[in-house]
Design a protein around this ligand. Structure first.
Ligand SMILES: Cc1cc2nc3c(=O)[nH]c(=O)nc-3n(C[C@H](O)[C@H](O)[C@H](O)COP(=O)(O)OP(=O)(O)OC[C@H]3O[C@@H](n4cnc5c(N)ncnc54)[C@H](O)[C@@H]3O)c2cc1C
Length: 499
């Protein structure tokens, strides 16, 4: 089996694609296992990167810790700003707003979560917004922010290209070899269907033992060569197109992403230090590209600095993220639209999983099956949270929203909504990405209010409950009052060089 030392001894890792996913994978594998591996990454300047993917969730900070990347140094290099959550406008009804923050809200007890105490407070006339019990939520509204030392749970907004470049420099320092070239063909062994090598346009052949497909939507290896089937999510997530565009800043950067629903999709605004990222996600069944572009152009805050770019996509996932000796990471493995900024997280999580299940001498099917089971489950669960936003609307003003409101949803999601409506409780499975407070904020934000709260709360007398809620609120108030403005925080810790 000379040509299949490939499956007997895993030494040579070939990463196809140098977008965020490719370079994240290169950096992590080099850092954790690099001493014993030979890692090569191939990217094509001709094709370039997708260039969107600028809002993240806090888990990426933990990943950076694993790599030994300093947060503030990174942010200064990628025109980064702090993100405390997402402001959703027009989602439940036109004209409404709610905030999904990354912070913890209030305090829970062993029997029930904080929302039960908050609901009980209403009985005594306490109508303080749920978000006032969460420092991140309140700080975001006041455009204030603070760092990790103050216990603030933040994520980043960053320039996608600068971020990939930063990871590239980091990886190359750790010994990753970078090749600029166009992959023309994937050579697959006729014997066992494993990938042997990649043929580049300039004639080079790059052989490997394990191949990572990070070629974005092209999915050249996992799909093009291995024909791994795709499980579509389009029934639940009808949007299949996006327009991306950059604008000048007209406002000091807000410490949150904005998501503004329109008649046939929604618009994002991502504030960076030097510019803002903007886009519109829409359903091509319900609107033409031209009309979507017009909608975006007439809802911009600043002057455009790039032309609008249309991106077509299919939401869904590979049936197997790992097939033969190929692991798909990032867009090549599947795509959930960016509503909750989950894509970079999912790429990162795939990389963690690969590091945990990294084959040593040969690829064992039990390893691959477990990897695939976890990957699929993770993606489906994140998908369910995104579906919630579309489905739990009260809008019926357009065909798009009527479809979303009335569409069939996964059974587990329907059960979760019903349980919350009936009892105020969120049922979570093991290892979910979005936890109680995320679900509660989105459900209540979109108008799903529970009919009851947990009886344990009534063990508190009125005075005691009022005192408990007032204490929590005052604590949040004090924390937020002590925070600098978001701009002051950036200026102090991570101001980028002007471009
Ligand atoms: C509209 C939209 C908005 C998004 N917003 C967010 C967000 O806010 N947050 C988030 O987490 N994610 C977001 N994403 C997802 C995000 O873009 C990706 O997770 C991230 O950019 C990683 O992409 P990638 O590296 O998988 O692919 P890409 O950036 O497309 O990289 C593909 C790489 O493969 C290379 N390549 C392709 N074909 C060849 C070939 N034949 N030969 C050699 N090289 C090749 C390219 O040159 C490139 O280097 C968004 C995606 C879309 C579509």
């Amino acid at each position: 089996m000379t040509e299949h030392t490939a499956v007997n001894s895993i030494r040579k890792i070939v990463i196809a694609g140098g977008g965020t996913s490719g370079w994240l994978a290169a950096a992590a594998i080099a850092k954790v296992l690099g001493k014993n591996l030979d890692i090569t990454l191939i990217e094509s300047p001709e094709i370039g990167r997708i260039g969107v993917g600028e809002a993240t969730i806090p888990t990426l900070r933990v990943f950076h810790k694993l790599l030994g990347i300093n947060d503030m140094e990174l942010m200064a290099n990628v025109q980064g700003t702090f993100k405390l959550g997402i402001e959703f406008s027009n989602w439940a009804n036109k004209g409404d707003k709610y905030f999904h923050s990354f912070g913890l809200t209030g305090k829970e007890c062993w029997a029930c979560q904080f929302q039960h105490f908050w609901m009980a407070g209403k009985k005594y006339g306490i109508n303080i917004p749920f978000g006032d019990y969460c420092p991140e939520s309140k700080a975001a509204r006041l455009e204030k922010c603070s760092g990790e030392n103050d216990g603030v749970n933040y994520a980043y907004h960053f320039d996608a290209n600068l971020y990939a470049d930063y990871l590239k420099a980091f990886s190359v320092k750790l010994g990753v070899k970078q090749i600029e070239g166009f992959i023309e063909r994937v050579n697959v062994s006729p014997e066992n269907g494993y990938i042997d090598s990649l043929l580049l346009k300039d004639g080079q052949t790059i052989a490997g033992d394990l191949f990572l497909d990070c070629t974005g939507f092209k999915a050249m290896l996992i799909d093009g060569a291995l024909n791994t089937p795709y499980v579509p999510y389009s029934h639940y997530l009808p949007c299949d197109s996006a327009i991306a565009l950059q604008t000048e800043n007209v406002h000091s950067p807000r410490p949150y992403t904005q998501s503004i629903a329109h008649d046939f999709g929604w618009q994002w605004r991502i504030p960076l230090q030097h510019r803002a990222g903007n886009g519109l996600v829409f359903s091509s069944r319900h609107v033409s590209d031209d009309e979507a572009i017009n909608t975006l152009m007439s809802n911009l805050e600043g002057r455009p600095v790039t032309e609008p770019r249309v991106i077509k996509y299919k939401t869904g996932r590979r049936i197997k993220a790992w097939n033969k000796n190929c692991i798909a990471v990032g867009l090549a493995s599947g795509f959930l639209e960016p509503l909750e900024s989950t894509s970079i997280h999912l790429a990162m999580s795939t990389i963690y999983r690969l590091l945990r299940y990294f084959p040593q001498h040969e690829i064992s099917m039990s390893n691959v099956d477990e990897f695939n089971r976890q990957s699929s489950e993770e993606m489906d669960r994140a998908r369910n949270f995104v579906i919630l936003h579309y489905h739990a609307t009260q809008r019926e003003d357009t065909e798009f929203w009527r479809y979303c409101k009335n569409m069939e949803i996964p059974e587990i999601l329907a059960r979760r909504i019903k349980l919350f409506k009936d009892t105020g409780t969120i049922m979570l499975e093991d290892k979910e990405l979005f936890l109680n407070d995320s679900w509660v904020q989105v459900m209540m934000g979109q108008g799903i209010m529970p009919a009851a709260y947990h009886p344990v709360v009534d063990m508190m007398e009125e005075k005691e409950l009022k005192g408990f809620l007032a204490f929590l609120r005052d604590d949040v108030h004090k924390k937020v009052a002590a925070m600098p403005s978001h701009q002051e925080l950036i200026n102090k810790y991570c101001k980028a060089m002007p471009v």
